[in-house]
Structure formats: C-alpha cells, structure tokens
Ligand binder design. Structure first.
Ligand code: BEZ
Length: 325
C-alpha cells in the first residue's frame, strides 16, 4: 500500500514537471494597430492556444511596433528574443528574395485569386527555405488587401505620378515597381504614413483598401486610384530557436491554431475588400479605376528584373494561371 502511494506521488510529480517544462509564455509582435485584422487574429490565436493547452501556454501580443519595426522583430526572432510574429512577406523578401515573386505586378486578378495563390501548395513549400536562410519557421500565410494608390493631386494618367514622392512599404519589389513608373518611391513604415500624407511630406501613398478606409487616408487625398496592382501577403513566423525547443505535440498545436487564424485573415479580406472599396467610393473623392495598361510597360520591366532575383517567379505564375478561374 505504502509502495503504491509512493508510486502515485512520483507519477503525479513527474506529470506536474512535464507540464511545467512545456509551459510557455510566448510573445508575438506585429506592426499593425490593435483594431487591425492581423492584430485581432493574433489575439484570437493566443486565446485559443491558451485554451487548447489547458492554460499551459499563453501569448502576449505586442501590436503597433511596440517591439520595433519589422526588420528589428525579424532579428529578435533570429536570436530567440522574440518567439512569434505576423510579418509582411515584404520584410521577409528583404532577406529571402524568392518571396519577392509574390509582388509580380498583376499576378492576382482580384482578391479571391490572391487568396488562392497564397494558399497554394507551391506558396506553402516556399516556406521550407526560411529556417536555413532567415532563422525563422514559417507556419502559414495571411494577407492584406490588394494595393491601391492615394494621391494628394489629381491623377488622370501615370504621367501625373512621375517624379512624385510616393510612399511605399520599405521593400525592394515595390521600390522597383514605382522606379520603373518614374515616381520617386519613398520608403516609410506604416505608422508614419497618415502624418506624412496630411502634411504633404509625400504626394501619394501605396496602400490597401482596408487602411485607406479605416485609417481615413482618403481625408488628405484628392484622388483614389483603384489599381489592384499587387497582392500583399503576410506570414506567421516562429523563431527557429524557440521552435527547436518545443515538443512535437506543442508544435502541432501551434501550427494548427496559427494556420486556422491566418486562414480567417485571408477569408476576411476576400469578404470585406469590396465593401471598403465601395465605402471609399462613397467619400466623394475622385475615384478612378484603372487596368494594367495604365502602368504602360512597368510590369514588363519589373518581370525582367525579378526573373533574375527570384527563382519562384515562374512557379508562382504557373500557380496563378492554374487558379485564375
Ligand atoms: C503597409 O506597409 O502598407 C502595410 C503593412 C502592414 C499591413 C498593411 C499595410
């Protein structure tokens, strides 16, 4: 009897230590403000992970660049100082140029097509290179809306954008796009954009429909150009160092739940983008819808450059062709 009590106590102790060894207080960083779809998805992922792990794991979400800009967060992921992040693929493409292929002008015909490209097996397989090249594990993709242009002046043709200071997210593929157009692309992180447009530090911005509407960028603009010229993927990342220390069952739980919430992000943009565009149209600002011909030979110039820089361009084009339906 005494012996079995001892065995029971020992088993209980071992179970308690096992739970303690697997308990984690993860920190997840991102640049978007708290009400943004990405930030809400990060919170929902954290809450579900806490519940599914019986409270063993928790996730503290740090939105709005509280932990630094995306380049800084990527460095923190590499050293293990940060556990997780939802980052723009734009930032990842600065370290792994293959990902630049997602920004091929007009790769996606519309937001639903962008979702199918981002959720393809080919796109998923591209994540395999991240641990070796960048020191992070890519669990899956989310996205934001297609890119549009908001301008302080009237724009009736691409020539009106020539020489104009046009805010871009800081990454190379978009820099190359606007350079080919003859604009003066001005890299600027998201939190600085409203002020810069309001005070005329930039003449125009490259932005998506959600933020044009929700953050009211249209307030300081004369013309909104619906061009849908690029998709804008996001990626859910875990530090490779942190991942290496996690038991297989925790990895599986994190991967499944993060992917669930990233997929919900993609579905939200597919649902809501047409609504934001309609709301922007209703602001009374000049609204112009253009097609690829508006940009002249910019796409050809971009493609020639990026077929050298990214080995994924051809593969993603094949996915785009197969999913364009
Ligand atoms: C941007 O840089 O424009 C951006 C970044 C994150 C989410 C949406 C937009």
């Amino acid at each position: 009897m005494k012996h079995s009590l001892k065995m029971l106590a020992a088993a209980a102790f071992m179970a308690a230590s096992a739970i303690a060894a697997q308990a984690n207080e993860f920190r997840l960083g991102l640049i978007t403000p708290p009400p943004h779809i990405w930030s809400k998805a990060a919170e929902a992922f954290g809450a579900e992970l806490a519940e599914a792990s019986g409270g063993a794991h928790s996730v503290s979400v740090f939105p709005a660049r509280q932990l630094g800009n995306e380049a800084e967060m990527l460095q923190q992921l590499q050293t293990g100082a940060l556990d997780m992040a939802f980052l723009t693929v734009a930032e990842v493409s600065n370290r792994a140029p293959d990902f630049g292929a997602f920004y091929a002008p007009f790769l996606a015909n519309d937001i639903g097509h962008a979702a199918r490209i981002i959720q393809s097996d080919y796109a998923r397989d591209m994540l395999d290179q991240l641990p070796g090249k960048v020191g992070v594990v890519g669990l899956g993709y989310g996205m934001a809306g297609l890119r549009q242009i908001v301008s302080r002046g009237e724009v009736t043709s691409a020539a009106d954008l020539e020489g104009k200071k046009l805010r871009i997210t800081p990454f190379e593929p978009i820099l190359d796009f606007y350079s080919a157009l003859g604009a003066a692309p001005t890299p600027m992180p998201l939190p600085a954009v409203y002020e810069a447009l309001a005070n005329g530090q930039v003449d125009a911005i490259d932005m998506d429909g959600e933020l044009i509407w929700v953050l009211k960028y249209y307030e300081h603009a004369d013309t909104i150009i619906e061009s849908n010229h690029m998709m804008f993927p996001m990626v859910g990342l875990v530090s490779a160092k942190v991942w290496a220390g996690l038991p297989e069952e925790d990895r599986a739980m994190i991967s499944e739940l993060m992917n669930k919430h990233l997929s919900a992000v993609v579905a939200s943009y597919v649902d809501k983008e047409p609504v934001w565009i309609d709301q922007i149209k209703g602001t009374g600002k000049t609204f112009v819808k253009v097609d690829p011909s508006f940009f002249g030979n910019v796409a050809e110039t971009w493609n020639a450059k990026w077929s050298e820089k990214s080995t994924a361009l051809e593969g993603l084009r094949a996915v785009a062709a197969a999913t364009s339906g």
